[in-house]
Design a protein around this ligand. Sequence first.
Ligand SMILES: [Zn+2]
Length: 253
Amino acid sequence: MTILIYIYLFILGLVFGSFFNVVGLRVPNKQSIINPPSHCPQCQHRLGVWDLIPVFSYLFNRGKCRYCGEKVSPIYMTGELCTGVLFVWVFAITGYKGELIIGLLVVCLSVIITVSDLKYMIIPNNVLLFFLPFFIITRFLFPSLPIWHYVVGFFVGGGILLLLAIVSRGGMGMGDVKLFAIYGFVLGYQQILFALFIASVIGSLVGISLILFKKVQRKQPIPFGPYLALGTLITYGYGDEILQWYRSFLLHL
Ligand SMILES: [Zn+2]
């Protein structure tokens, strides 16, 4: 039975991921997410039902547009696969609990802002405002900690990033600040600090390697949203275990 849930969540994730690509690419441009219907950016040909099947249409058409033969960016399929895998991962961690809804919402928000931040360096306000009430309702319904942990987390997450934004003079955007306030509300104030630590470590490693391999200039701003999302997801999945391990590690010193 459980295996069927995994398969169901994976396919659901692929379909949602396909939709999140559209949301992440269109919302920052103030375009409608339903109009015009999906089309090839090169030849403008409207995509049919078969072209819209996540992952498979890309593989079946060997990564090319069926109408004009132009290469389709693998980024779409990556977004779909990531969402599918993360949906399954969340269920593996939470099981049949209210927390499952919160975990899936975190994945949804994270995929959308990753797409738009990588493409445009924008974390759209509309997307954040759309998700915020869902997180508030579900956190009040399914708290794992006293509710003030989450409220304080909102201000700690947003507050620290606001400080960083002021210090870095625009290196970090207000979109990052608001995003991290929301993540802080989801994780609570203890775990959000840990999420920031992980995000910084991964962000620095990637940033340094990009500079070393001359993929980016030293002064070129890098989108920080995807790292915040990654740090939050890792903490969401394994934060308790890592903090426990860390505490016992300190005790044995
Ligand atoms: Zn085309």
